[in-house]
Ligand binder design. Structure first.
Ligand code: ADP
Length: 488
């Protein structure tokens, strides 16, 4: 089975969030199950050619691609996902991809991913490598299913190709003006009120993907149900309701080659569920790094996040005066909206003995905070899957989360489980999207922390749960097979 896996980011080459983790790991798991997978991402200027041994495909040379009436030159580079035979193809077009950031608010943001989508299809054609499935991810790849169904419908190479579209976050819809359809050489007949590509007088790449893909998946079961409602569907609930028989929720997995405290490349001290002493050493190391005093009896609460409304920082802010009085220390690694960056900067300035922060994107620190913290806070308004809480579980760092999307599917509240006569809880969680509910959950965590035996049990419950990709990759393979055997 040949799978073209198309994404706008993939570890270890380029990462802004969880999509990169998925795109670097799922293809390897698919390959282990016997699929022939090729991954396609743009060649951003931040990708280091020599570090990753990118090879220019001289045999292919230059490909001309038309976007917005202009012909752009695209070249292909190639490498492999680490410790695998999975080929990753880089679509190189400096005009579009040599920018300061991976995603931009530049006027031609639509053109960047039109070029990428066309570039992927042309790369496939030039190699005459007929994929059974093109697996698209998020709005940046949303036009591909339509291209395959319309612009390339007479190309025999794609006569059997099916498309699968994965939603990693329905809040990002790639909305542009109608004129963007012309730039993309798409037929404007698809653009009409509430039609295949239109939403609120814009042309949405995401909606296009949802409409035209043969199958839609999203990254947790709970989120697959939530997005059918106006509260979580961001205006796309109606198209999803129309397509609900083709919508599946498959929980993201974890690449334990990168995220396992027993072998984590970035950790000064390794540890496992049998031997947790290394965790305490990491805590000390982390606190030293941030000039906070180490005290084994004070819980350290970590946050690693994009600093956006989605991640629940408005309710965090609401209850801050109460949170800060608690007997706890806080370390935040994150970047994003200015109002939250400023909030954490000022917290650090005002409470230097309790709070430390790193405002920016730092992969090494993200591993250290997972390992060194006692608790991990993720009060998201919505969370399609969420990976950081799954990493926390593996690192014995007890998650405190809001019960939504993948957070609800991976974190079981300790006290709630107890009420049901079970000691299988692995974290603390709350449902109401309010500062008070957040505060009460954190408080329950802090109050439980001194009871070492109970705490250890909660840690063990998380650490011993297996979230590796094997199971979820198997579910994708079964969907691919279903698609391939379906008649058109
Ligand atoms: P999302 O994709 O919505 O941002 P996820 O929890 O699915 O959220 O994935 C976030 C990924 O990005 C995790 O691997 C996390 O460690 C990483 N991450 C988030 N913020 C930062 C940051 N400031 N520095 C380094 N890594 C970060």
């Amino acid at each position: 089975m040949k799978i073209a896996f198309v994404s706008s980011e993939a570890v270890p080459f380029i990462k802004t969030g969880g999509l990169a983790d998925v795109s670097g790991a799922l293809p390897k798991a698919l390959a282990n199950l016997g699929c022939e997978v090729k991954v396609y991402i743009p060649k951003y200027s931040d990708i280091d050619d020599t570090q990753f041994d990118l090879q220019y495909r001289r045999d292919i040379g230059e490909i001309s691609i038309k976007v917005a009436g202009n012909t752009r030159i695209v070249k292909l580079y190639q490498s492999k996902l680490p410790e695998s035979n999975v080929i990753i193809v880089f679509i190189d077009c400096p005009y579009y991809f040599h920018r300061e950031t991976v995603y931009t608010i530049d006027e031609d943001e639509d053109e960047r991913f039109i070029l990428f989508s066309k570039g992927v299809i042309e790369a496939i054609r030039i190699e005459k490598w007929a994929p059974d499935i093109i697996h698209c991810n998020d709005w940046q790849t949303g036009l591909i299913p339509l291209y395959i169904k319309d612009n390339y419908k007479n190309d025999p190479l794609f006569s059997k190709t099916k498309t699968l579209f994965s939603i990693h976050n329905i809040g990002y819809q790639g909305r542009f003006s109608k004129s963007s359809m012309l730039k993309a050489d798409l037929n404007e007949r698809y653009y009409f009120r509430e039609g295949p590509v239109e939403i609120e007088n814009t042309f949405s790449f995401l909606k296009t993907g949802l409409w035209f893909a043969d199958i839609i998946t999203t990254v947790s079961e709970t989120y697959s149900k939530e997005i059918l409602t106006p509260e979580y569907g961001f205006g796309l609930e109606n198209v999803l309701l129309l397509r609900r028989n083709s919508l599946y929720g498959i929980l993201n997995g974890v690449d334990y080659a990168d995220w396992d405290p027993a072998r984590d490349f970035y950790l000064p001290f390794h540890y496992s569920s049998d031997e947790l002493s290394g965790k305490l050493k990491n805590k000390k190391y982390l606190l030293d790094h941030f000039n906070l005093i180490f005290d084994d009896n004070i819980p350290l609460i970590g946050i690693i996040s994009r600093l956006t409304d989605q991640k629940g920082f408005d309710i965090f802010k609401e209850t801050l005066p109460e949170l800060i009085k608690l007997n706890a220390q806080w370390i935040i690694v994150g970047n994003g909206e200015e109002k939250y960056e400023d909030l954490f900067r000022s917290l650090t300035n005002n409470f230097p003995s309790k709070v430390a922060s790193y405002i920016g994107f730092n992969i090494e620190l993200s591993h250290l905070v997972e390992a060194g913290s006692d608790m991990f806070l993720m009060p998201s308004l919505y969370e399609p899957c969420g990976l950081t809480q799954i990493y926390s579980l593996k690192y014995g760092t007890v998650p405190v989360v809001r019960k939504t999307g993948g957070l609800a599917d991976t974190v079981q509240d300790w006290d709630e489980q107890k009420h049901q006569g079970s000691d299988s809880g692995n974290g603390f969680s709350f449902y109401d999207y309010s500062g008070l509910a957040l505060f009460l959950s954190i408080k329950r965590g802090i109050d439980t922390f001194p009871f070492k035996q109970t705490w250890n049990k909660i840690q063990q419950n998380g650490m011993n749960k297996d979230f590796s990709w094997d199971k979820s990759a198997g579910k994708y393979v079964r969907l691919y097979e279903k698609l391939i055997s379906s008649v058109s």
